[in-house]
Design a protein around this ligand. Structure first.
Ligand code: GCW
Length: 677
């Protein structure tokens, strides 16, 4: 009986063509039986890879890979390329083998998307030389803010045992133009630089090299003390700089193309140069000097905020702007996109544009620490494009993204979150691409080119990040998350003894008058860190864009919004709108069922349902809590709360920074599961 059932199930699945899928193939799903004619007269690790990819997957006319040194190709830079139809052949051209690898992936992408490839004339040049993922992976296999299982890097097995996923990872990155990776958490263990670990890193670097991917490491500023047993890590101490020089030499003897260091210093308890009354520039330059002879760079993070009276949103600027021009030329200061911390919406960090004599790079967060972990759908390209609307792409040197990748079969914990890895790579290559174009590419390669699928899905994904903003923190609200895990709402959170700027009330400032943080000239004056015209716009409650209103202003509950409604009513409607969106996502997804294999269909349906339930939780928690200040009734067109505030205030998710909540832990249908230790 069971056998019969299995056989008919098998037949059903094969007839429909929708085989069960675990998502592990990402957007690289073409079948590898092409046996194409590919001509390439030279050989190298990277060229052989490009050739092998085409041979296996390209189903069109013969392809020839050619290195050029003419003006056109020189102008496209080391990793740029051309793709041209020439008679019966297609010629891929570049000054370097890396460019040819990217050209190969471009051609295969066109094929996968079902594009017209009859007559090609393509020129590409990446906007940045460094397009880098930051893994916040710890040596014990956990991932800080990672929601897709454990780390991909099996340190305990390396260097002897090599997982096949290392190469799959490199290939996926190369296919979207990512050319660099920081393997470990910025909260770095000094152990990372031990000889034992460097041997393991070497194995990964060797696997990534044919895919044109360079390895970088996060380093702990106190490493010379912990590993070298020195009595200080003072950057101006000559034993300290000698230690770093020797360590760098050791690294390059193992990994000749090592990329450099990423450093989180004097931030959230990490050691740094300020411990010795030295500046960030002095710390960064000491490391940069050690790396310089080998062509390595230092990416020095500007994510700092000390426990001072200053508005947290101002602090990175206050500490770093005066150091403008003081960094060596192989240092890039890495700045988060916004001034606080990867919130669903932030204005851009005012450091961009304020350090004219210092190379800067942006840090985006691909992992959804503050956007529902891997449970919620939030397609992030529109958020990153918003950053580029304010910060001209050519004013920064590089782009980094905190990875959302772990060892779960589908890499990202949610099949739809793969779109964010994809979009990060594509935007780092070309920030001018539209979010719509990128999601179309991703949908066609990952699911199907059928427009009955890609049309509604583009629409849903394009709306998804705004939906998260609406049901979590509309109108410029920020950081009202639950303590620690940053998943659910806790605008009321009080932790005795905690730093005030780690508590939601610091950010929302709700009181009987109104809501929001006054950063105008009457408040912290953070607006003054922006260029004059913007500062003026943000400073006035009348001209400040409403999406940032509560970021920059403490706004009376009855303040009249552009729609004519009061702030309170408008706030309620945003929460409601976000919730409605999540329900419509569930509905759209149901309609997509015929186009998707059962495994991915069910996995995504489950996640979307969690998101819709969580949106009720967010809406009720925030509105019921803020209502205790506004004392105003819910507008008639807004759904009544399902939960009671008192009960919501008791929800405590038993999760750490490393987990995503499971459905059983979450409030649903008006029921709050009992808290279990
Ligand atoms: O976003 C916050 C996170 C920390 C993180 C820190 C940082 C790696 O909550 O987990 O630490 O920022 O970016 O350094």
């Amino acid at each position: 009986m069971i056998r019969k059932l299995l056989v008919s199930l098998f037949l059903l699945v094969s007839i429909s063509g929708l085989h069960a899928e675990d998502g592990s193939r990402l957007w690289l799903r073409q079948d590898g039986t092409a046996n194409a004619t590919v001509e390439c007269l030279l050989h190298s690790l990277v060229l052989d890879k490009a050739q092998a990819e085409l041979k296996q997957f390209w189903k069109g006319n013969p392809v020839s890979l050619q290195l050029f040194s003419d003006a056109e190709h020189v102008a496209l830079g080391r990793e740029g390329y051309t793709i041209r139809t020439s008679g019966e052949n297609i010629v891929l051209g570049s000054v370097s083998e890396a460019g040819l690898l990217y050209a190969a992936y471009h051609l295969l992408r066109l094929q996968a998307m079902g594009e017209d490839i009859a007559s090609l004339d393509i020129r590409e040049r990446p906007a940045y030389d460094v397009r880098i993922l930051n893994h916040w992976d710890n040596l014990d296999g956990t991932i800080e803010r990672g929601y897709a299982g454990h780390s991909l890097w099996k340190w305990e097995e390396l260097p002897g045992t090599v997982s096949s996923r290392y190469e799959a990872y490199a290939r996926a990155n190369a296919s979207i133009g990512i050319n660099a990776t920081v393997l470990n958490n910025v909260n770095a263990s000094p152990e990372m630089l031990s000889t034992d670990y460097l041997q393991k890193v070497k194995v990964l670097a060797d696997i990534f090299r044919p895919y044109n991917i360079k390895v970088y490491l996060s380093v702990n500023f106190a490493s010379p003390m912990v590993l070298g047993k020195l009595s200080t890590a003072d950057p101006l101490d000559k034993n300290v700089s000698a230690w770093w020089k020797a360590k760098v030499q050791e690294i390059y003897s193992l990994i000749p193309d090592f990329g450099g260091f990423l450093v989180k210093a004097n931030s959230e308890g990490q050691p740094g140069p300020c411990d010795y009354h030295r500046t960030h520039a002095e710390g960064a330059n000491m490391m940069a000097e050690a790396l310089k002879p080998y062509g390595g760079i230092v990416m020095w993070r500007a994510f700092v905020y000390s426990p001072s009276d200053n508005d947290r949103a101002k602090q990175a600027y206050l500490e770093f702007q005066p150091l403008d021009g003081k960094f060596l030329d192989n240092v890039i200061v890495q700045v988060k996109n916004g001034p606080i911390d990867f919130q669903p919406r932030e204005p851009y960090s005012p450091l961009f544009g304020a350090m004219k004599h210092t190379p800067l790079m942006v840090e985006f967060q691909v992992t959804q620490e503050y956007l529902g972990h891997s449970n919620h759908l939030a397609y992030l390209a529109p958020m990153w494009k918003e950053f580029f609307d304010y910060v001209a792409p050519n004013t920064i040197q590089a782009v980094s993204g905190v990875a959302n990748i772990g060892d779960e079969a589908n890499w990202c914990g949610n099949d739809l979150a793969q779109a964010n890895w994809y979009a990060f790579g594509r935007l780092a290559w070309n920030p001018e691409l539209t979010s719509e174009a990128i999601v179309q590419e991703w949908l066609k390669q990952t699911f199907t080119t059928d427009t009955k699928f890609t049309g509604p899905m583009e629409d849903m994904m394009m709306r998804s990040r705004e939906a998260v903003v609406d049901y979590m923190m509309p109108l410029g609200l920020h950081h009202i998350f639950a303590w620690g895990h940053h998943y659910g709402p806790e605008p009321w959170c009080i932790i005795p003894g905690a730093r005030p700027d780690w508590l939601p009330s610091y950010y929302h400032q709700a009181d009987k008058e109104g809501l929001g943080f006054d950063r105008s000239h009457t408040g912290s004056n953070a607006v003054a860190q922006y260029p004059e015209s913007l500062a003026k716009q943000f400073d006035s409650i009348d001209t400040c864009p409403e999406e940032f209103l509560l970021w920059f202003h403490h706004v009376p509950w009855k303040h009249q919004m552009k729609s004519g409604a009061t702030l309170w009513d408008e706030l309620c409607r945003h929460y409601e709108q976000g919730l409605k969106e999540t329900r419509s996502f569930c509905q759209t997804w149901k309609e997509m069922k015929p186009y998707v294999d059962a495994e991915r269909y069910n996995a995504i349906a489950e996640r979307l349902q969690i998101q819709a339930n969580d949106a009720v939780w967010w809406k009720d928690a925030c509105l019921l809590y803020f209502q205790t200040f506004s004392k105003m009734p819910f507008p008639k067109d807004v759904e009544r709360p399902v939960y009671k505030l008192k009960k919501l205030m008791k929800v405590k998710l038993p999760i750490s920074n490393y987990e995503r909540p499971t459905p059983e832990m979450l409030p649903r249908d008006g029921k709050i599961p009992a808290y279990k230790e």
